[in-house]
Every structure is written in structure tokens, then in C-alpha cells.
Design a protein around this ligand. Structure first.
Ligand code: ADP
Ligand code: MG
Length: 306
């Protein structure tokens, strides 16, 4: 299978797509964006052995590569529109590429995203880079920098599942509910859209809640206090890990792709699937409490002050 057959057979799907004047097949794509909207662009690379175990199902690799990009689009409050794919493959079988393409289009179709081009190369390590461009109403993008003293801190969904799922995959004891949260994260596109004009700041949780919330607070020039006992945990996580492990995974495990945002509580009271976990404070830094006591949270978890 040469590069051109591969593109034709697995990536070049015909059909009208929103704003795509010229798609795959020429030297570049020609887009006709909505002149009333601003664009949000994101990019993320996944490398075999670094971001996913080397023998991961190619459909999951592809789905995940699209989903992690869409999570950034969600955190900005934008509508996903166009995607490019740069793929480095190591002597792939047709079956491998077919499965990859199926996972890619499963995510693309779910979120109405058009594949408009890409690049295909051969190399020693399987690597997938996706860029996504989204659209958003003028000056409505959700930024990290708008949190204000007195705002409430919220998260979507449940935390810690993806890191737990990866741990179980690596131990060779995959748990369907948890491992799926790692392999096929759910980008919170519709919640991101609902938050525009309501949240004061937002970030997606890719590196662990504590670290990512610290980034949001620092960008806003404020601090925050969260209550570890209020972190939303799934039943699957509770059933498979000790209480302390659950809380550590929820605070510091990566790959959740949930949204963490700040807002006045009354502005977001009608939004489903969110949990209040703390408040924004004037003093900088993040304070975490457990049973009322302050605990120190590092990148690999928390420990009590001595
Ligand atoms: P060029 O040599 O001009 O960069 P290519 O031969 O690499 O063009 O690609 C031909 C067409 O196929 C282009 O439209 C490119 O965007 C598209 N393409 C290449 N690889 C991929 C891929 N993995 N997924 C989607 N489109 C691709
Ligand atoms: Mg060219």
C-alpha cells in the first residue's frame, strides 16, 4: 500500500462539509469560514509508548487523538469544524490503517468535524498529530484568565477514571469502564458551549486537576481552595481503589479531559453534569482541604502536613 492509496482508501471521504470549499486532494485545503465568527486553533500529538501503550487498538489511538484536541476546543467554548492529521506509521498493515481510520471518523462524526487534509510519513514510532479549528462568536472564547475572587470552582463529570484505567491496562487487568475513559475520553463540547457567557474562566483537565487548576488560578492572578471530599468520583473508581488512591487519582491523575471552570454559582445552576468543588480566593496558590484539614498536594498526590 503506497501513501497515495492509503490516503485515498482510508482518509479521503467525499461529501459536503461545513465551510470546506476544497478538501483533501490538493496542495492545501480552502476554507470559507463564517465572517461573523472567530476561530480557535489547537494541536496535540500522541506518540506510541509515551501517550499510549504501543499495542493499543489503532481505532482507540485515533479516537483519542481527536478527542484530546476536541477537549481543548471545549475548554475554549468553541464549535469544532475542521481537522488536519499528520500521521507517522511504522510499516502498517491495511487492517491497522483501516481500524485507525474507523476510530478517527467515529470521533469526527460524533462531533461534526471535517477532515480537510494531512500528511503521511513513515518512521520508527507511530505518531499522530491532529490540529482542530473551531469557531466561536466574537469575543466569547472562554479563557483561563477570568476567574475572580468569590467565584465558585466546578468540574464536569468524574475525575481520576482515565489514570485508573491506564494503571489497570498496564497491569494487564483492564476494567472496561475505567480503561474506556482513558482510551476514548469524552470531550465536553456541549458543556463548553453552554458555559460561554457564563463561566469566568475554564481549562480542560489533561494533566491532573490540581496542576491544571493551579494554571487557571495563576493565569487569573487569584488563588483557590478546594475540598477533596467533594471531588466527583465514579462508582467504577470507588469499586477498584482504596479511598486514598481514589482521591489521589482524582487530584493528580492525568488524562481525564473533563473541564474545570469558575463561575458565579447562579450563572450555571441549570447546567447538568457539573460539581462544585471549591471557591476562588484573593490570596494566590491552591489550598486543598480534606475533612477540613489542609493537605499538601504535589504532582504525584497529596500528603498531610507534618
Ligand atoms: P503534498 O505533497 O502537496 O504535501 P500529499 O501528497 O502529502 O501532498 O497529500 C495529498 C493530499 O492528501 C493533500 O490534500 C493532503 O492534505 C492529504 N493527506 C495526506 N495525508 C493525509 C492524512 N493522513 N489524512 C488526511 N489527508 C491527508
Ligand atoms: Mg504540496
Amino acid at each position: 500500500m503506497d501513501e497515495f492509496e492509503l490516503i485515498r482508501d482510508y482518509f479521503d471521504r467525499k461529501g459536503e462539509k461545513h465551510g470546506v470549499t476544497v478538501g483533501i486532494g490538493d496542495d492545501g485545503a480552502v476554507l470559507t469560514p463564517d465572517p461573523a465568527m472567530q476561530q480557535v486553533q489547537v494541536i496535540d500529538t500522541l506518540v506510541a509508548g509515551v501517550h499510549f501503550p504501543p499495542h493499543t487498538n489503532p481505532a482507540d489511538i485515533a479516537y483519542r487523538t481527536v478527542a484530546v484536541n476536541l477537549s481543548d476546543i471545549a475548554a475554549m467554548g468553541a464549535i469544532p469544524r475542521w481537522m488536519s492529521l499528520a500521521l507517522t506509521l511504522n510499516d502498517p498493515s491495511a487492517q491497522w490503517v483501516k481500524a485507525f481510520s474507523a476510530g478517527l471518523f467515529a470521533a469526527a462524526d460524533e462531533f461534526e468535524l471535517a477532515l480537510i487534509g494531512g500528511d503521511t510519513t513513515s518512521g520508527p514510532t507511530v505518531t499522530a498529530t491532529v490540529t482542530v479549528t473551531g469557531e466561536i462568536e466574537k469575543d466569547m472564547a472562554l479563557l483561563r484568565s477570568g476567574a475572580k475572587n468569590g467565584d465558585t470552582i466546578f468540574v464536569t463529570g468524574t475525575l481520576g477514571d482515565a489514570a485508573a484505567g491506564l494503571k489497570l491496562l498496564q497491569r494487564g487487568e483492564p476494567n472496561d469502564d475505567l480503561s474506556r475513559r482513558f482510551l476514548r475520553p469524552t470531550p465536553r463540547i456541549s458543556t463548553g458551549r453552554e458555559l460561554t457567557g457564563k463561566a469566568s474562566a475554564a481549562i480542560d483537565v489533561s494533566d491532573g486537576l490540581a496542576g491544571d487548576l493551579r494554571k487557571l488560578l495563576a493565569a487569573s492572578g487569584v488563588g483557590g481552595e478546594i475540598d477533596i471530599d467533594r471531588l466527583p468520583l465514579s462508582e467504577a473508581l470507588s469499586n477498584n481503589f482504596s479511598c486514598e488512591e481514589q482521591q489521589n487519582l482524582a487530584l493528580s491523575g492525568g488524562d481525564d479531559y473533563e473541564l474545570c471552570f469558575t463561575a458565579a454559582t447562579e450563572a450555571v445552576q441549570d447546567i447538568a453534569g457539573i460539581t462544585e468543588i471549591g471557591v476562588v480566593t484573593a490570596a494566590t496558590g491552591l489550598t486543598c482541604r480534606r475533612d477540613g484539614d489542609i493537605v499538601e498536594v504535589t504532582d504525584s498526590g497529596y500528603r498531610h502536613f507534618k
